[in-house]
Design a protein around this ligand. Structure first.
Ligand code: MV4
Length: 457
């Protein structure tokens, strides 16, 4: 195992990674911006290096500064967390070039899967089913031909995108030209690359992702799925596993598909294959080559520490197991964001006057927050994740409500109420929801009614 690891991140993921390093006896070096000098990750690490001013591009995205922090403190490896540089092939390469193990996939895998159109061609060759659509990127004329062939609604997606950025829904051919221009412009501005591909829009599907870990030599462990259908503006609100829509047969077929894709590219590290599931059939949409925010859901169902698995694979010590991990019970994750539903979910930075996270059986809270912490305005608004585990789904939902009612937070607005409204909602309780759930539930969830009123104002 490594002796010393630099954590190239902040917030809950930096804290999460430091904790496993501690468990393993690995020394940690944190990096921080000027805005984060009072952050928990700085306190918990063995050492901390200031890497720049508050704006992320000058600190957490500053490759030269972070590599220098790692080499001058004589770290052996760099854990990128998620977001920031986690899926940046040039950063992974800069680590390698400076004798640092990148705790993640090879730069080639990051590049391949970061090009969403190329990723689809690659997994199709490995036998995975895709959503009907274009084979690679399309011009406007080619998109029009695809529309005539497979029909509307279509989705235009940015090949350099992912997570819904640079995506446009097109209801009919008359909207195509405008949508194409808007999606290309948005993609160009966000990613510096404006290539688009087209897919049939599956509007009543579940968004189900398979967790994998590969050792880089073709051995793969799959760890079941997470249902991430409940999203607001492409931000996940609640995740759960097992998915209420996945049978043991579908799970095995999805895990087999994910394994084939990872074997084909000799994938190293943790990864997630995203699928849309409709009418009992699943279709690959994209792969994320990082540890995900919602990974604790999988950890509590399998008993496997995914950060430990990442470090082991990066250190050449092999996978915790191969095949398909056994899953036990049911898990839910609620994201608590420092955002104000009454102001259309505007971020609400400020001082956390009170913060008492829930405790007790089956409850885990991943957070960098503490009472008195000043939430800076520069980064994302995720404040804490409340993960609950129970023997079955109804017990997990009840436990989620118990945990959220115990949570005592004051000083900043949060999304706690929205999460409780969803957990109390009959449609959510039935388990039969798709990616259109939050839009359809808007009229009956008070937090979303408030957001709607604020949005209109
Ligand atoms: C889709 C889709 C329907 N059809 N692709 C959104 C984020 C990105 N990772 C993939 N996403 C989707 N891709 C096709 N061809 C539906 C989603 C989607 C979604 C769309 C609207 C509102 C909420 C959503 C939640 C999850 C996935």
């Amino acid at each position: 195992m490594f002796r010393r690891v630099l954590i190239a991140n902040r917030g809950d993921v930096a804290v999460r990674v430091i904790r496993t390093c501690r468990d393993l006896g690995v020394e940690t070096v944190a990096v921080y911006s000027t805005a984060d000098s009072d952050s928990l990750h700085v306190r918990l690490a063995d050492r901390a290096v200031h890497v720049g001013p508050a704006p992320a591009r000058d600190s957490y995205l500053n490759v030269a500064s972070i590599v220098a922090a790692a080499t001058t403190t004589r770290c052996e490896a760099v854990h990128p967390g998620w977001g920031f540089l986690a899926e940046n092939a040039a950063f992974a390469r800069a680590c390698e070039d400076n004798g640092l193990e990148f705790v993640g996939p090879t730069p080639e895998s990051i590049e391949l899967m970061g090009d969403k159109a190329r990723a689809k061609q690659t997994v199709r060759a490995a036998g995975l089913p895709l959503v009907p659509g274009s084979d690679g990127m399309v011009t406007l004329a080619e998109a029009r031909a695809i529309g005539q062939e497979i029909g509307y609604p279509l989705l235009l997606k940015a090949s350099a995108g992912g997570g819904g950025r640079g995506m446009r829904l097109v209801a009919g051919e008359e909207e195509l030209e405008r949508a194409y221009g808007a999606a290309a412009a948005e993609a160009g501005a966000a990613f510096g690359y404006d290539g688009l591909y087209a897919e049939k829009a599956l509007l009543d599907a579940r968004h189900v992702e398979i967790q994998v870990v590969g050792d880089g030599n073709g051995r793969v462990l799959t760890l079941g799925e997470r249902d991430c259908s409940i999203q607001r503006r492409h931000q996940k609100v609640i995740e759960e596993a097992p998915s209420p829509g996945v049978t043991p047969e579908i799970r095995q077929a999805m895990e087999d598909a994910a394994r084939r894709a990872c074997e084909a590219i000799r994938y190293r590290g943790t990864g997630t294959l995203e699928f849309l599931l409709a009418d009992g059939r699943f279709h690959f949409i994209e792969m994320n080559t990082r540890l995900q925010v919602e990974h604790p859901v999988t950890e509590v169902l399998t008993g496997i520490d995914l950060v430990k698995a990442q470090l082991r694979v990066a250190a050449g010590e092999g996978l915790p197991a191969t095949g398909s991990a056994a899953l036990q019970g049911h898990a839910l994750e609620v994201r608590l964001n420092a955002e104000d539903p009454a102001r259309d979910f505007l971020p609400s930075p400020g001082v956390l006057e009170r913060f008492r996270p829930p405790l007790g059986p089956g409850v885990r809270v991943d957070t960098h927050a503490y009472e008195g912490y000043r939430i800076p305005p520069y980064y994302d608004s995720l404040l804490a994740k409340v993960i609950v585990w129970a023997e079955d789904r109804p017990a997990a939902v009840a436990r989620g409500l118990r945990a959220l009612s115990e949570l005592d937070v004051a000083g900043v607005a949060t999304t706690r109420e929205l999460a409780m409204e969803i957990l109390r909602d009959g449609q959510f309780a039935s388990g039969s929801y798709t990616t259109s759930y939050l839009r359809d539930a808007e009229a009956r969830l008070p937090s979303l009614v408030a957001a709607e009123a604020a949005g209109a104002a």
